[in-house]
Ligand binder design. Structure first.
Ligand code: AMP
Ligand code: TRP
Length: 338
């Protein structure tokens, strides 16, 4: 199938820290699996990252590292458009138009906004509130049909659909394609190693709570050895053992073995066994990605050439959508009236 007959699949990760195995299992790995069958767009959302304060030097480094990690994990830059959000200014341009078509009430209901704003104290950046609108813009710019994401982002894609449908009703029904959410069935939610009732998050200040895709083999082994479990001994998959459940989920999603199958294989074994074996499985998954990303990071000229090509491909498409929106809304576009 040529790329223009395939459906558009689009996803992105915030370079607000180093990526974790949660990002790998819940996002990246699925992109790699699905990429053959779709016309793919994958980018690093640095403009989303600045909704909370970032150190400029670190942000820049992490942005490149995210792109290097996409490629190291197996994204093909010859087929997919791979770029950095800020390289395609149409994202922020459409975001304004969508902001004017979004309601305070619906943005107020976003659970991620509630969680993140609660951590900000008195000065909540307005960007944290309008962030889902920028995400809607990311998606709607490319006539996206499929958005593979983790469970926590579902609400944002649903909001994107609501905005698209609303604007189609107002400005003509084929203005935007209405995207579908795709949540991978297994391993969609990897939990913190220090608090297995909370999501493993790259923005968790406790670095021992997450396995980063930049961690050395030793760091991975140490973190899993210290992973919080419970005072029991038997390895079972139930609500009272969130730490054990998480280790089983990590193993299951990296090996393809089912949870019941794993539980059976650990009959009569100690928590220590489970931790040790999970660590080796994680090391095997992370090491090749980390090593390849290191190589790519030392060839910035190559990364820049990939990004330049990706951004150019993306801009042509984004400008086409934006022109359609301007024309329908009675706005004079940079290209002039239709
Ligand atoms: P974020 O790290 O919040 O920018 O998320 C980027 C992508 O990775 C989204 O699709 C998330 O749903 C996914 N993701 C992030 N953390 C996890 C996790 N702990 N388990 C599963 N998926 C995750
Ligand atoms: N908000 C997403 C997250 O934090 C990242 C994101 C931004 C995204 N734009 C997107 C994901 C478009 C999918 C599609 O994980």
């Amino acid at each position: 199938m040529s790329s223009n007959q395939k459906k558009v699949m689009l996803s992105a990760i915030q370079p607000s820290s180093q990526l974790t195995i949660g990002n790998y299992i819940g996002a990246l790995r699925n992109w790699v699996k699905l990429q053959e069958n779709y016309d793919c767009i994958f980018f690093a959302v640095n403009l989303h990252a600045i909704t909370v304060r970032q150190d400029p030097k670190m942000l820049l480094e992490q942005t490149y590292r995210a792109i290097a990690t996409y490629l190291a994990a197996g994204i093909h830059p010859e087929d997919a458009a791979v770029f950095i959000q800020s390289q395609v200014p149409e994202h922020t341009e459409l975001a304004w138009i969508l902001t004017c078509n979004s309601y305070m009430g619906e943005l107020n209901r976003m659970t991620q906004f509630k969680d993140k704003s609660a951590k900000q104290g008195a000065n909540i950046p307005a960007g944290l509130f309008t962030y889902p609108v920028l995400m809607a813009s990311d998606i709607l710019l490319y006539d996206t049909e499929l958005v593979p994401i983790g469970h926590d982002q579902k609400q944002h894609v649903e909001l994107t659909r609501d905005i698209a449908i609303r604007m189609n009703n107002t400005y003509g029904k084929d203005l935007f394609k209405v995207p579908e959410v795709y949540i991978p069935p297994v391993g969609a939610r990897i939990m913190s190693l220090q608090d297995p009732t909370a999501k493993m998050s790259k923005s968790d200040p406790d670095v021992s709570s997450a396995i980063y895709l930049t961690d050395t083999d030793d760091q991975i082994r140490k973190k899993l050895k210290r992973a919080v479990t419970d005072s029991g001994t038997e390895i079972t998959d139930d609500d009272t053992k969130p730490g054990i459940r998480n280790l089983l989920a990590i193993q299951s999603s990296l090996t393809g073995k089912s949870i019941p199958e794993l539980v059976l294989s650990y009959a009569g074994k100690q928590y220590g066994h489970l931790k040790l074996e999970t660590a080796e499985i994680v090391v095997q998954a992370v090491a090749p990605i980390r090593n390849r990303a290191d190589e790519l990071m030392s060839d910035r000229a190559y990364l820049d050439s990939v990004l330049q090509r990706g951004a150019e491909k993306a801009r042509v498409r984004a400008q086409r959508t934006l022109k359609r929106v301007y024309d329908r809304m009675g706005l004079v576009s940079p290209q002039g009236r239709a």
